[in-house]
Ligand binder design. Sequence first.
Ligand code: NAD
Length: 371
Amino acid sequence: MHRKDSYALAVVIGRFSPFHNGHLALVRHALALADQVLIVLGSAAQPRTVKNPFLAAEREQMIRACLPDAAARLHFAALPDNLYSDQAWVTGVQRAVDASGAPATRVCLVGYEKDESSYYLKMFPQWRLEPFALTQGQVSATQVRDILFADLLETADGKTPATEDFATQPLALKKPDAGRDMLLASWLPAAVLDFIRAFRRTDAFEQLVREHTFLQTYRSQFVGLKYPPIFVTVDAVVVQSGHVLLVQRGAEPGKGLWALPGGFLDANERIADAVIRELVEETRIKVPAKVLRGSIKASQVFDHPGRSQRGRTITHAHLIVLEDSPAGLPEIKGGSDARRARWVPLAVARNMSESFFEDHGSILEHFVANL
Ligand code: NAD
């Protein structure tokens, strides 16, 4: 058993999207155990999505607003995910803790083993794990986000939009009813509720409602299927003269975000054919298909189960390296699903994690880090 304050530092890892009463009890527990508390805000430096609607700075703001008395003892480290390397992610957590100067023997990790997504709590054997017993019932951030974003969009004739309506007609935001707010008030600390009321007036909120509704409608097609579909997609990382070819998404999900040109594999198509077809459809790149095909240098499967919100999606990404040319970069033009296409300097693209769709930043990094 540990005496109160026997730890110099308690580490609490989480997404806190948003910070709810269960999280608050967890952080209070950490504050009771240690002199200082380091909150590692996961899933940082990525665009807002329905799964992760709040920026790391906003989550820090929410947490601080809930715990004004502990301001001097609370510390934060925002950490991006690394979907394809738990070891790289663990290194990031280790660095944040090392920076505190606390010796490993006086550090504890405070977490609640909620479900299989809490596996990471076992990845830090050097710190004692202080488990947390539930005191607040099963409040879950997923439930909060569903209540926050669901059933708030309608067509002009008052219907829930179908997936095709998103591209073809204006959709209006409904006012949330009082019952919904009562539910939120029972799950969230008052300061978080205030934050959320202000957030509801932003364009970002409206975009998240659109995305939530689109994903709900899209996924409802597969509810009850014994074998839900596993989608196969392709993506192209086209590089020439220190630039990579990106497209800006013109439709939900991820409307407005930057992506690698790519898309779904057709039923009767080989994967390499699909890569070239999607690349040409989305960018109208002025390079003969034969040359594009002959310039494929590598391919890699990206299969993280959580990489896409539409459903399980496995992508086959291909690296295409085009030769430097005195004529400059090939002509391109956005087409089909892409709002526009652009050659982006690698120094810029490799810094765009906050505007990349799904795991496209990780895919890019995989191919170009050692090019
Ligand atoms: P979360 O916000 O769901 O939970 C944070 C903590 O609160 C957890 O200990 C959780 O069990 C606890 N909790 C949840 N509901 C509770 C309740 N009702 N009462 C008391 N405690 C409750 O965050 P999370 O998803 O566990 O966060 C992990 C973060 O680490 C994520 O951002 C994830 O992406 C990141 N991560 C990244 C990698 C990688 O990139 N390779 C690997 C593992 C984890």
